[in-house]
Design a protein around this ligand. Structure first.
Ligand SMILES: *Cc1c(COP(=O)(O)O)cnc(C)c1O
Length: 398
């Protein structure tokens, strides 16, 4: 039997994220029979709570017992009729993964270039829309926060590009990493479809994905002849729990989500977002301090688009990022992420989203600083800067 780990291992991957005790406890319950009205209440609370977090009054919410890739699949298969295209603005590893999944399902993709370190190239998106005079593009698949780059792209300019070109394509936003950490307001932004998953800002275990869509998007779904069954939103639009989930609902995950949404509501979304901004500032202070050693830096070139959910930190070529992570995890009990795709070996990522507080964030930063020292990387003092920032914040409060 592996030895017990004393205390708690801090989880700073940008998903999955730590789960609040309230959520764990809510999930620890016996299954309910399918006709039990308590089940209908849980599902209704999840739908309305999610609408509130998304900032949508009317959106239809479709849940799947699936991860974020399942939600991607649901979006692709429900929204793209045969012969239609998706325009995928380049954001990094996640836009490319979504594009590849779209192509694997037999749909053509048009991409705009990704400029390393920067958010979406809106001018390129607008040009691609303008060039599409036949309106073959049925949807723009946008990753709001690309979890690999740690960069958040503003969505309003994309809506503006669709409006300026009078292009009817749906605006589809992947908010897997940004929901409940970055400001997102589906109705105000004119986002037609939002998709997400349970294990990031929503503070739940992995395994629950969702699509939320407005009436215009639902009409596109209804008119789409693509063969589908399990993922089909038309079949799932029903008052019956068994139909909503195309079979038995994942009851315990839903009970967890119900509890998590209640926690977000109790704290208030504006406070949730402010908390994430404070944690981002702590991480930024530390990275700035580490950078004084000349070796580490921010991957995101534009400070305003660095995400409140995750920070991608560059390291010199040849750094053994896996060894750095192993020391932090096994010796110091802090888990964080390596880099993905083309950034592998060039960066690591600290997640600061979800159920986090200043102690967790400082603990993470201190362990990372120690692990960087173990690896012999030249760094300035980061933790000291973060602690000074925290103290300054507290002083401002009285
Ligand atoms: C995590 C993530 C996904 C994929 O989610 P899985 O649950 O791992 O399939 C998709 N998009 C973004 C932006 C993510 O952060």
């Amino acid at each position: 039997m592996p030895a017990r780990i004393p205390g708690r291992r801090l989880l700073h991957s940008p998903g999955p994220t730590p789960i609040p005790d309230e959520v764990l406890h809510a999930m620890m319950r016996q299954p309910m029979d399918m006709g039990d009205p308590r089940l209908d209440t849980i599902i209704a609370d999840c739908e309305s709570g999610l609408r509130a977090v998304l900032g949508s009054a009317q959106a239809d919410v479709f849940f799947y017992g699936a991860n974020g890739h399942g939600a991607w699949e649901a979006a692709i298969i429900n929204l793209l009729a045969p012969g239609k295209l998706a325009l995928v603005p380049g954001t990094g590893h996640f836009s490319e993964s979504w594009a590849l999944q779209t192509e694997a399902l037999g749909r053509e993709v048009r991409r705009t270039p990704w400029h390393e370190g920067w958010p979406i190239d809106v001018a390129a998106v607008e040009q691609a829309l303008r060039d599409d005079t036949q309106h073959q593009i049925a949807a723009v698949f946008v990753v709001h926060t690309d979890t690999s780059s740690g960069i958040t792209s503003a969505l309003a300019p994309l809506r503006a590009a669709l409006d300026a070109t009078r292009h009817p394509a749906l605006l589809v936003a992947d908010v897997v990493a940004s929901l409940a950490s970055e400001s997102f307001d589906m109705d105000t932004l004119g986002v037609d479809v939002a998709l997400g998953a349970s294990q990031k800002g929503l503070m739940c275990p992995p395994g629950l994905g969702f699509l939320a869509m407005n009436a215009r998007a639902f009409q596109v779904v209804q008119a789409n002849p693509t063969p589908r069954y399990y993922w089909d939103c038309v079949l799932r639009k029903s008052p019956l729990a068994y139909r909503k989930f195309c079979g038995t609902p994942p009851q315990n995950l839903l009970a967890g989500l119900q509890a998590a949404l209640a926690l977000l509501q109790q704290e208030g979304m504006s406070k949730v977002l402010a908390r994430h901004q404070r944690h981002r500032a702590l991480v930024h202070a530390a990275v700035t301090g580490w950078g004084q050693g000349g070796a580490l830096g921010f991957f995101g070139r534009d400070p305003a688009s660095r995400s409140a959910a995750v920070t991608t930190i560059t390291v010199p070529a040849g750094t053994d990022v896996d060894a750095l992570r192993a020391v932090a995890r096994e010796d110091f009990q802090v888990a964080f992420a390596g880099a993905l795709g083309p950034l592998q070996g060039r960066a690591f990522r600290l997640g600061h989203l979800g159920d986090q507080n200043p102690a967790n964030v400082l603990g993470c930063l201190a362990a990372v600083e120690a692990a960087l020292q173990v690896q012999g990387l030249p760094i300035g003092s980061g933790v000291q800067r973060a602690a000074a920032l925290l103290a300054g914040d507290a002083r401002l409060r009285d």
